[in-house]
Write a protein that binds this ligand. Structure first.
Ligand SMILES: O=C(O)CCC(=O)C(=O)O
Ligand SMILES: [Fe+2]
Length: 281
């Protein structure tokens, strides 16, 4: 198994993902895009702190940006550099699943460690399929984490165990992978994107006590047409979910239970009849 630091060409990215369950793409976002997103995050933290959840494992977070700036955020959710890769690993079936921002402040950097885990859909937690052995890229869902700040040696860092999707615990991965087992922390400049199969074991490593940076990230999860919704809560604004543009409407069509209610209660257009809208309280 080869785990190299960064992949740059489309071929390298896809080969590395296929072999290891992830790829790291430097310069996925331009300086202009980073300035724009960081400006929005700073303004939101200052002006609308109520839209951010309380620190969880050291990170505050918000899923409010898509509702507030749908067309602007859609450009990042289907980013011209990264979305074609997402479509590739999801066999052309990509569907929107979840989009949020997280911020670890400097003073919380050293207490922001998570436990190793897999991100599993709510049907997955009830026994549904969590990876697809028939997909050469294994994934039923994929996520891209964009670093919006530089991640140095001292900073909180996303970290994963390559090719560990098939084990039901980290101990089993250690035992079965033997000398192949590795925990790979991912560091890089702001603008770096980590694309990973969400059932690959991963965590956020805490920062060092002397970290003076913290860490800011944008997390974007994608489902497949043949998977179930990832969450039971994410919602999509009408301008995207009911778009006249066929590809846009299709991409935002995997509605969660909460989304059906949200559409019923807030959209100007009727909810499409194939959703069980009358059955929901
Ligand atoms: O913030 C990170 O580096 C990892 C986050 C994560 O794995 C999660 O929220 O499930
Ligand atoms: Fe996770």
């Amino acid at each position: 198994m080869t785990v190299t630091a960064y992949q740059t060409t489309k071929e390298e990215i896809l080969a590395h993902y296929k072999e290891n369950g992830f790829a790291v793409i430097p310069n996925a976002l331009s300086q202009e895009e980073l300035d724009y997103l960081n400006g929005m995050v700073e303004a939101s933290l200052k002006e609308s702190p109520e839209l951010w959840h309380k620190p969880m494992e050291g990170a505050v977070g918000t899923g409010s940006f898509l509702g507030k700036h749908p067309l602007e955020m859609d450009k990042f959710i289907r980013h011209p550099k990264i979305f074609p890769l997402i479509q590739e690993v999801l066999l052309g079936e990509a569907r929107f699943a979840q989009f949020d921002f997280r911020d670890v402040s400097v003073d919380r950097a050293s207490s922001s460690e998570m436990k190793f885990h897999r991100d599993i859909s709510y049907y997955g937690t009830m026994g549904g399929m969590i990876y697809d052995p028939e997909n050469p890229y294994i994934s039923t869902f994929t996520c891209v984490i964009y670093y919006l700040s530089d991640v140095h040696e001292c900073c909180p860092a996303f970290c994963l165990v390559p090719n560990s999707h098939m084990y039901s615990s980290l101990d089993e991965a250690k035992e079965k992978q033997g000398s192949e087992y590795q925990e790979v922390p991912i560091r890089g400049k702001a603008g770096t994107a980590v694309l990973y199969n969400i059932t690959t074991y991963h965590t956020r490593k805490g920062g060092r006590d002397d970290c003076t940076h913290g860490r800011r990230t944008m997390h974007n999860y994608h489902s497949r047409a043949s998977s179930y919704p990832l969450t039971n809560w994410a919602t999509v604004p009408e301008v995207l979910a009911m778009s006249d543009d066929h590809d846009t409407r299709l991409f935002y069509s995997q509605w969660t239970p909460n989304q059906i209610k949200f559409a019923r209660d807030t959209y100007t257009q009727p909810v499409p009849p194939y959703y069980p809208v009358d059955k929901l309280k």
